[in-house]
Design a binder for this molecule. Structure first.
Ligand SMILES: C[S@@+](CC[C@H](N)C(=O)[O-])C[C@H]1O[C@@H](n2cnc3c(N)ncnc32)[C@H](O)[C@@H]1O
Length: 284
């Protein structure tokens, strides 16, 4: 069979999944399996084994299995990070949150930055890459995700410290007034919507997705308990769900922070906040 015929078959299979960008994904899969772009191979014959593998991948995509998990790597800024079952796939919206964080971090002198709920390490690695003067720690609890975090630190050769810990305990190990910036894209989906999530997302780890208290448990805990470890003038940068702006605003304000920026994603939705601790713990 020639490659272009197989390409058409793959597109037809994947088009049955409304979440699949079939033509784009077929090209990506062909390049992944054959090591060259489809347009370079157009009328070339494909081996039976490779054709079977590609049709198998197309069927997986039809069932909603994420393209990123098949490819094993995914782009975040200009980094090609390892991903797979057990770790959240880095999203483009998170790049927007990182950019807001860079704006505050680059003004600080050798700041200590802690990325809570680090997953693949995409946020921590981006901070180190674009703000190299920062000292960056990445905290993650899941065994599987932590493996990807370590692998991504190794492959990017960026100096980020990986810490395997539960963020609901980790604050107790930190000194008061010792951290300049906390960034977090924590689990934030309301557990009640479990049955309605997109098929692709259902393959991602539950631990990365769902949080108690209507999805707000992490924002409350971090805002309340990491306040002690933040320096006066230090920042919290959060990513949150498209319908959580007011709830996270309330938490930040109730816990004594001043919101200095609200972050809007590429689709125009409010998806994050930068807040500052302007009063020390005793003053608040
Ligand atoms: C929404 S994902 C974000 C991953 C990554 N920061 C990103 O933006 O792609 C949340 C991450 O928090 C981790 N996590 C969940 N509960 C945790 C806890 N109690 N302590 C530390 N990490 C936790 C999950 O394993 C997952 O990797």
């Amino acid at each position: 069979m020639v490659i272009n015929t197989l390409y058409r078959q793959m597109c037809t299979i994947m088009a049955e999944n409304p979440n699949s960008d079939a033509a784009f994904e077929a090209n990506q899969l062909i390049e992944y399996v054959l090591g060259r772009k489809r347009i370079e191979l157009f009328a070339a014959d494909i081996s039976k084994a490779d054709a079977e593998k590609l049709l198998e991948y197309a069927k997986k995509r039809k069932e909603g299995y994420p393209l990123q998990y098949i490819l094993g790597r995914w782009q975040f800024f200009d980094m090609n990070l390892y991903v797979g079952e057990g770790v959240l796939i880095p999203r483009q919206d998170t790049e927007t949150v990182c950019e807001a964080a860079f704006e505050v971090i680059e003004k600080l002198d050798r700041p200590k930055v802690v990325d809570l709920c680090s997953g693949s390490g995409c946020i921590a690695l981006a901070v180190k890459k674009f703000c190299p003067q920062a000292e960056v720690a990445a905290v993650e609890k899941s065994d599987e995700a932590f493996g990807y975090l370590e692998k991504n630190i190794a492959c990017t050769q960026l100096s980020v410290t990986a810490i395997k810990a539960d963020i609901f305990e980790y604050d107790k190990t930190l000194m008061e007034n010792s951290v300049d910036v906390i960034i977090s894209n924590p689990p934030y989906i309301h557990p009640d919507v479990k049955k309605n999530i997109q098929k692709e997302v259902s393959f991602e780890p539950e631990m990365a997705l769902f949080a108690e208290n209507e999805g707000l448990a992490f924002y409350r805990y971090i805002s309340q308990n990491y306040r002690r470890v933040l320096k006066k003038g230090g920042y919290i940068v959060y990513e949150y769900g498209y319908d959580q702006q007011q709830a996270v605003r309330n938490i930040l304000t109730e816990e004594g922070y001043t919101i200095i920026k609200e972050i809007v994603d590429l689709g125009g939705n409010a998806r994050g906040a930068v807040a500052q601790k302007l009063q020390c713990t005793a003053e608040f």
